[in-house]
Write a protein that binds this ligand. Structure first.
Ligand SMILES: *[C@@H]1O[C@H](CO)[C@@H](O)[C@H](O)[C@H]1NC(C)=O
Ligand SMILES: *[C@@H]1O[C@H](CO)[C@@H](O)[C@H](O)[C@H]1NC(C)=O
Length: 243
């Protein structure tokens, strides 16, 4: 084969391997509107949608390429004030509905997903490491292997300890901070002499609170139990707010 043929075949290969996408479907079963946001990690190009409105009962989809790694979360209490879009929780500071590659302000419940190349093993989890704002679940559709749904269905806001509460302008609890965010201490943030692993940074009474509310979800940075879920074979995913 001459170089030109090899080059063309290589391009065709990358075209097809790159087009192997997973479809993520977002469902909003909350009684209120949420504004989901997507963030691609590793400085890679952002998805076609980085933020959108999802009214109560609505669904929306976005395709992710493979391989891909990133996170999803819901923003709440959003409004457009004088042309600037802001949210009471999970705000990404873009001033627009689209987040355009910006992350969310904690506290926010995160769904983390790593899609493997060539239908390999995907990893996904629900995380309360950055606190909680909205109950959420992620469930693979199809795929092979474990492929169990992962969920944090509890309304942690309703049970949130007083010293972790984030309140809205009406005085209601709209999110529950992580102890790291609330107190910024090494033992809660697993930093300084507490960095390095679960043996250096054991659970605290605050992480145990999150753990008890949502056992499937990461309760703090070194939650070393079975909070990471796997599925192979190129499944699609359904993310449900207020499952
Ligand atoms: C956690 O323990 C600290 C003292 O060690 C206490 O002040 C705080 O109220 C406890 N919080 C919870 C949620 O149990
Ligand atoms: C995690 O592991 C424990 C003990 O092995 C088990 O009882 C529990 O059901 C597991 N949780 C999940 C979400 O798989």
């Amino acid at each position: 084969m001459n170089t030109q043929v090899v080059l063309s075949l290589t391009l065709v290969f990358f075209f097809f391997s790159g087009s192997q996408a997973a479809t993520i479907t977002f469902n909003n079963k909350c009684s209120y509107t949420v504004w989901p946001a997507t963030l691609t990690g590793d400085q890679k190009p952002q998805l076609s949608k980085t933020g959108f409105e999802l009214t109560n009962g609505a669904s929306s989809t976005v395709d992710v390429p493979s391989p891909w790694s990133g996170r999803f979360w819901a923003r709440t209490g959003c409004s457009n004030n004088g042309g600037k879009f802001t949210c009471a929780t999970g705000d990404c500071g873009s001033g627009q509905v689209a987040c355009n590659g910006a992350g969310g302000t904690p506290p926010a419940t995160l769904v983390e997903l790593t899609v493997a190349a060539n239908k390999g093993q995907d990893f996904y989890d629900v995380s309360n490491v950055d606190g909680f704002n909205v109950p959420v679940s992620i469930a693979p559709q199809g795929g092979t292997g474990d492929c169990k749904p992962s969920s944090c269905p509890a309304n942690i806001n309703a049970a949130c300890p007083a010293d972790l509460q984030m309140k809205g302008s009406d005085g209601k609890v709209i999110a529950c901070k992580s102890a790291c965010l609330a107190f910024n201490k090494p033992e809660y943030c697993c930093t300084g002499s507490f960095a390095g692993g679960p043996d250096k940074c054991p659970p605290t009474n605050y992480s145990q609170f999150f753990e008890k509310q949502c056992p499937d979800a990461y309760s703090y940075a070194y939650d070393d139990k079975n909070s990471t879920f796997t599925c192979s074979g190129g499944p699609n995913y359904v993310i449900t707010f207020c499952p």
